[in-house]
Ligand binder design. Structure first.
Ligand code: NAD
Ligand code: DAU
Length: 358
């Protein structure tokens, strides 16, 4: 029986990862969800598993060493999966400090506590592993049409968010290189799917379109992102934990590059094809909602992952094609209006108003 300590398990990818583990392994794993519940953390995402005896929620801050030490004393942790982070690029441009605190110092703290509890006289307890959930943004930006990010591509972050994630990766590398600490790093492209907070492109556009609000496209709308369905990411992380050699770094992505404006039009088209003819919300939805707004500062032009290594070593591949994934995602948001109402009340409104002025 493996015990997973999942940080940031109440966020978008973390909660999908926990649901994936519960679905795949049932009662044969223990899951400890460690989350400080920032604006992005939502325990409603985990309602379907919260009563299970093998699921434990612990409200704690990864920057707080004594809280983490208590958790490592309480649970015999086998795997640490570190999702907890400040994850939104636009917020990092406005307020970089919290990104350095959570993403850099939080990671170092978690590494150090894991190292302390897993150390033996001559190395580390067998079967223990730490996985750093990183991002393709640490590699910087590619030219319009050419090239891919490989694991050997030099790190060249541009935003405060990606700088903090690259710093965290370097701390993980330092612990691996200096102490032989058992870890892996995964660097994934843009995720989409259920439970994503509507500050990010896809849920923001779905939410705005359904409410007849403008669809704010940054710059010329031709920046490219490489989209991966979140469950495919969850599967990759678990494979790396269980099967990869420690010390290895894996890129995770689906060769699914799309310009932002294509994503927005696909969302409009899919909403119109999914909503029943007599649904009131249809009347709001049209291409006329698309509004070009001021570009993001330092906006990376294109991300594209080469997932060759994870395919070759671990036989991972993205199972969900984009047409299927976006339809599933849109249907999920249509079926979870209450969830959306809850997360867009309060803090979100202030954020939206100061960010967009629309
Ligand atoms: P998210 O913002 O939805 O969730 C982050 C979670 O971390 C929230 O539940 C929040 O409460 C928690 N958290 C924040 N600060 C914390 C702290 N100090 N202590 C404990 N918990 C804290 O993020 P996400 O989109 O699910 O991303 C998860 C991870 O995956 C991040 O590390 C991100 O960099 C990485 N990543 C995200 C994507 C993507 O497309 N979303 C792609 C590649 C990598
Ligand atoms: O590539 C992986 C990264 O993907 C993760 O590490 C980050 O945590 C995650 O937030 C995401 O970063 P992006 O900046 O690529 O995602 P976002 O959804 O914020 O934006 C996607 C693209 O859409 C980007 O080019 C900016 C653009 N955009 C975004 C928003 C929110 C718009 O044009 N309008 C918008 O309102």
């Amino acid at each position: 029986m493996k015990t997973y300590l999942v940080t940031g398990g109440a966020g978008f990818i973390g909660s999908n990862f926990i649901l994936y583990l519960m679905e795949k392994y049932g009662d044969s794993v223990e899951v400890v969800n460690v989350d400080s519940l920032t604006y992005a953390g939502n325990l409603k995402n985990l309602e379907s598993v919260e009563k299970r005896s093998n699921y434990h929620f612990e409200k704690a801050d990864v920057c707080n060493r004594s809280e983490l030490e208590e958790l490592f004393s309480k649970y015999d942790v086998d795997y640490v999966v570190h999702f907890a982070a400040e994850s939104h690029v636009d917020r990092s441009i406005r307020d970089p400090e919290i990104f350095a605190r959570t993403n850099v110092l939080g990671t170092m703290n978690l590494l150090d506590v894991s190292k302390k509890f897993w150390s033996t006289e001559d190395g580390f307890l067998p079967g223990k592993k730490y996985l750093q959930v990183s991002t393709d943004e640490v590699y910087g930006s590619l030219s319009e049409e050419e090239g891919y990010f490989y694991e050997t591509t030099p790190l060249d972050p541009h935003s405060p968010y990606s700088a903090s994630k690259a710093s965290a990766d370097f701390f993980v590398k330092a612990y691996m290189d200096t102490y032989g600490f058992p870890a892996n790093i995964t660097r994934c492209s843009n995720n989409y799917g259920p439970y994503q907070f509507p500050e990010k492109l896809i849920p923001l556009m779905i939410h705005n379109a359904l409410n007849g609000h403008k669809l704010p496209v940054y710059g010329d709308g031709k920046n490219v992102r490489d989209w991966l369905y979140v469950e495919d990411h969850a599967k990759a992380i678990d494979l790396v934990l269980r099967e990869a050699r420690t010390g290895e770094i894996y890129n995770v992505g689906g060769h699914n590059e799309k310009k932002n404006i294509e994503i927005v039009t696909i969302i409009i088209d899919t909403l119109l094809s999914v909503l029943p003819e007599d649904d009131n919300r249809r009347k709001h939805i049209s291409y006329d909602l698309i509004t070009y707004v001021e570009d993001r500062k330092g906006h990376d032009r294109r991300y594209a992952i080469a997932p060759d290594k994870i395919k070759k070593d671990l036989s991972w591949y993205p199972e969900t094609d984009f047409a299927t994934g976006i339809r599933k995602t849109i249907v999920w948001y249509l079926d979870h209006e209450e969830w959306m109402k809850q997360v867009t009340s309060g803090e979100y409104r202030n954020y939206y108003e100061t960010m967009y002025h629309l």
